[in-house]
Write a protein that binds this ligand. Structure first.
Ligand code: ADP
Length: 263
């Protein structure tokens, strides 16, 4: 899997070299930099949850007389970190499939209210400390998308909101029609993304550099989201959520399901 990813990076850079006339030496340095970034972020992101799982499983095994509440906490910990690993591996798989053009979305009419519900459920662990408000009108028409992929995107975006916005703050999930399309947005009141970087955060491995942001992460999530959304014929962008604070709003635009053209 990692080899496939490194190959993809080399290919992407080769294309960049052709269009932007990167020199051979620059290309070699960039490939090496990305290879190292990939390997260290993948091993870090796989190991962090594993260390917690092994630790919690060890405590359960070594202390059979633990109080039921403490046992429950440890078991929850194992489940949450296992789910994090699962999301991460899914992202890596999506990325390799995107790179090979092997990702074929299964487009179908989709109810966003249901999808939002199941993404929230999947992320209930990381979202525990936040208030989540879903503003999806009952009257919202169906969109045309691949439910599995869209849920993956929403989970990534919500996970970021939980990661970059303070505990106790509110995350708003909203959907509204805009012509023949639907805007699905996730707004938070966290540290925000500087306007100059709101496009670059969708690049592979791009992370906003700032002391306060040194949280676990790879800079892959949003790049994968962009690939998945574009594969479904949609767009995704980042903007500043409000005038008075930074905060981030990620807006996903998808086509509405039209029974006449989609039949
Ligand atoms: P990461 O694994 O680093 O979170 P992503 O590709 O998901 O990778 O995001 C890229 C970068 O964009 C992050 O490192 C972070 O700097 C910034 N970012 C993404 N979402 C948010 C958000 N909701 N609030 C603030 N910054 C964000």
């Amino acid at each position: 899997l990692l080899d496939a990813l490194v190959d993809q990076i080399a290919l992407a850079l080769e294309r960049l070299r052709l269009t932007e006339e990167l020199s051979e030496t620059r290309l070699a340095t960039e490939t090496e930099r990305l290879r190292t970034a990939l390997l260290s972020s993948v091993s870090h992101d796989l190991r962090t949850p594993l260390v917690t799982i092994i630790g919690a499983a060890g405590s359960l095994a070594d202390a059979p007389d633990l109080a039921p509440a403490a046992r429950q906490d440890l078991a929850e910990n194992i489940r949450e970190e296992g789910e994090r690993l699962d999301r991460y591996v899914q992202n890596l798989l999506d990325m390799t499939r995107l790179g090979h053009g092997a990702l074929k979305p299964h487009m179908a009419p989709l109810d966003l209210a249901e999808l939002v519900g199941s993404a929230r459920h999947r992320l209930r662990g990381p979202l525990r400390a936040h208030q989540v408000l879903a503003e999806v009108p009952d009257t919202l028409p169906l969109v045309l998308a691949d439910g599995v992929l869209l849920e993956q995107v929403l989970v990534n975006v919500l996970d970021n909101a939980a990661k970059y916005a303070p505990a106790g703050s509110t995350i708003v999930l909203a959907a509204r029609t805009a012509g023949a399309k639907v805007d699905l947005s996730v707004s938070d009141t966290g540290i925000g993304i500087p306007p100059a970087e709101q496009q670059r955060v969708f690049d592979m491995f791009y992370r906003v550099a700032e002391g306060d942001r040194q949280r676990a992460g790879t800079g892959l999530g949003l790049a994968i989201c962009k690939g998945l959304i574009e594969a479904m014929g949609g767009t995704i962008r980042a903007e500043t959520a409000s005038q008075d604070g930074p905060g981030t709003r990620i807006v996903i635009t998808l086509p509405l399901f039209n029974p006449e053209t989609s039949a």
